[in-house]
Design a protein around this ligand. Sequence first.
Ligand code: ADP
Ligand code: TZP
Ligand code: MG
Length: 285
Amino acid sequence: MSFDPGSGNIAVNDPLRDEIAAAVDAVRDTTPLAQSLTNFVTINFVANAQLAVGGTAAMHYSGEEAGALDSAGASKATYINMGTLLAEFRDEYPAAARDAVERRLPWVLDPVGAGAGKLRGDILRAFRETPPTIIRCNASEAIALAGIWGLDGADSKSRAGVEAHDEIEAAIPAAHALARFIGGVVSVSGAVDLVTDGERDFRLPGGSVWMTKITGAGCSLGGVTATYACVARPLVAALAAALHYNRAADAAERVAEGPGSFQTAFLDALWNTTADEIAQSPIYA
Ligand SMILES: Nc1ncnc2c1ncn2[C@@H]1O[C@H](COP(=O)(O)OP(=O)(O)O)[C@@H](O)[C@H]1O
Ligand SMILES: Cc1ncsc1CCOP(=O)(O)O
Ligand SMILES: [Mg+2]
């Protein structure tokens, strides 16, 4: 792992750690609903992960349904994941994003496979008008999305796809440009995760390489980030979700015998990891 020279773990009594612990407790106490429009491959794992951190899940593919859940006050955040697209999502996904923005509710984007295909590009381009509060992605997707939105940090050599080919360090200019453009937070996952608001960078080491051997680790992290966005400001939500994932992955790796038992152990660990373990994680800033 590589850190900026001079960066160090934030103090054990840094107020940010209290906010992270409070977010973990608030999700467990209030079981908030973050609605999800997410891909068919990992939809079940996204819902299970949201439940395992203490939240509530509801999945659908409709702008009208998004508005109904928002207007009823049932859903406190929206998660949109670009994994498996159908032609009708060209209208439905931007409509769901628009509804969240108009109601000033947070929404989280996972731009899965950014850079691949016209339909995906058209929908991602539409989101430029109603930007997400948090972007949760891997390094390749951050670089590709910056390109689609015409921002700094795009790199023509970066390849499209659902797996990251770029280390997070290569995605820092793109992550900064995206965070400043949306006026929110970008959470880039990898062996070391990066969370940035465009001004301050937080690097989060740990977790397990087994996360790359189950499908939906990234997608479900997006869903859980939306769960945390129901109860916390975007920076705290992104940090709490990424740290919760890293500590649960550490615990799962200790008992797993392969990808199947890792996935089961990971869900159990999401449930069992304490707020203190999450909030006292290494946070390099
Ligand atoms: N090499 C790795 N070592 C440890 N944790 C990892 C590694 N790669 C990814 N992760 C973790 O897996 C989760 C999903 O990230 P990632 O695999 O980058 O997303 P995606 O599936 O969208 O590419 C995150 O919690 C991240 O920290
Ligand atoms: C395999 C696959 N194909 C389309 S979406 C998807 C899931 C990607 O999940 P993640 O990015 O969390 O690994
Ligand atoms: Mg992904």
